[in-house]
Design a protein around this ligand. Structure first.
Ligand code: ADP
Length: 325
């Protein structure tokens, strides 16, 4: 983070490059620099100038600064991606499910950890109701038709209609156990379906799981700007890269003429993403076919061009070179 050190007579000037403007650790770092440099010579005058890293440097920095994986050695998961939304019902779980389905279809091994403990919907999207099994290695996650490993509190309840009325710390504990006590085996991508909002639960996930990217889902109706900025700030403070924004239910394609209709008004996705300083991964349609497939537990079978482009982008941002096909 030290951009340079210059000295003129008794004046030492240190440039400190921060990953983001107003980084919460700025004051502490400035203090540490003073503490390190001042004892080096009598009566030096230390001046710290702070600058903000450019995009390339920030990427490099975050790559190195990422918290070490706190995974038991038995877990062999290459990438952990978390899917977050500001509120419920915008299609967060659907995007998580679609992403896992698409990755699996491309020959990668995917799993889904349903961290939306109080509103778990992942098993239903995949039509899975089998209870997790046990093994010496840990809890065995059931697999979907195409072999995606799933874990969700819903698979452990006596009845799927049973509500989960837990307080924050218990929710956090359950999520941690899903990560540590499940025999995930070898996975290329574990997709974590976070609870909506920027409350305690998503925070716990990001602190206790080695999340290496967040995907934000919004709908055109969202008070998107605020939500996106909040999520972006949370991600920055925790030094977790925000891979970008997906606008779900962005448009409807006319089955007769193929024209794109924007039932919720013109998309604000690009503006929202730009204002929050995050990339736009793509806009995906409101599609009755998807709604039906979700209801029937066949989300894995859904394929759509704009979403395929989102998957390409995610693979690129996470340095996987497996492309469409
Ligand atoms: P969230 O996880 O944000 O609460 P879900 O993914 O559970 O939202 O989606 C809510 C409902 O909306 C589901 O019934 C799903 O089938 C439907 N849905 C989500 N995205 C789309 C879409 N692009 N087109 C049609 N229906 C969708």
């Amino acid at each position: 983070m030290i951009g340079g050190v210059t000295r003129e007579a008794r004046r030492v000037r240190v440039t400190l490059a921060l990953p983001f403007p107003n980084a919460p650790i700025e004051d502490e770092l400035v203090r540490l620099i003073h503490e390190a440099v001042e004892p080096l010579a009598a009566e030096v005058d230390v001046e710290v100038e702070t600058i903000v890293m450019d995009e390339e440097r920030r990427r490099d920095f975050l790559e190195h600064a990422r918290p070490q994986r706190r995974a038991p050695s038995s877990i062999n998961v290459k990438h952990v991606l978390a899917v977050l939304s500001g509120k419920g019902g915008v299609g967060k779980s659907s995007v998580a499910g679609l992403l896992a389905g698409a990755l699996q279809r491309r020959g990668l091994k995917a799993g889904v950890l349903d961290a939306d403990i109080t509103g778990p919907s992942i098993p239903k999207l995949f039509g899975v109701s089998q209870r997790p099994g046990g093994s010496p290695e840990g809890i065995l996650p059931p697999e979907t038709g195409t072999g995606i490993k799933l874990i969700s509190i819903n698979l452990m309840l006596q009845s799927e209609d049973e509500p989960v009325i837990w307080r924050g710390p218990m929710v956090g504990k359950a999520i941690e156990q899903f990560w540590q006590s499940v025999a995930w085996g070898e996975l290329d991508y574990l997709i974590v379906d976070l609870p909506p909002g920027t409350s305690d639960a998503p925070l716990t996930v990001m602190q206790s799981l080695p999340v290496d990217g967040i995907i934000l889902v919004t709908s055109p109706q969202d008070l998107a700007g605020m939500v996106v900025r909040k999520a972006a700030n949370m991600a920055r403070q925790l030094a977790v890269p925000l891979l970008g924004l997906v606008e779900n239910m962005s448009y409807v394609e006319c089955p007769e003429c193929g024209a794109r209709i924007e039932p919720f008004g013109p998309s604000r996705a690009e503006d929202t993403a730009r204002h929050a300083g995050v990339g736009l991964l793509g806009r995906i349609p409101l599609d009755p076919r998807l709604a039906v497939m979700c209801d029937e537990g066949r989300i894995e079978e859904y394929q759509e061009m704009d979403f395929a482009a989102v998957v390409d982008e995610v693979l690129e941002l996470t340095f996987e070179d497996t492309k469409r096909g």
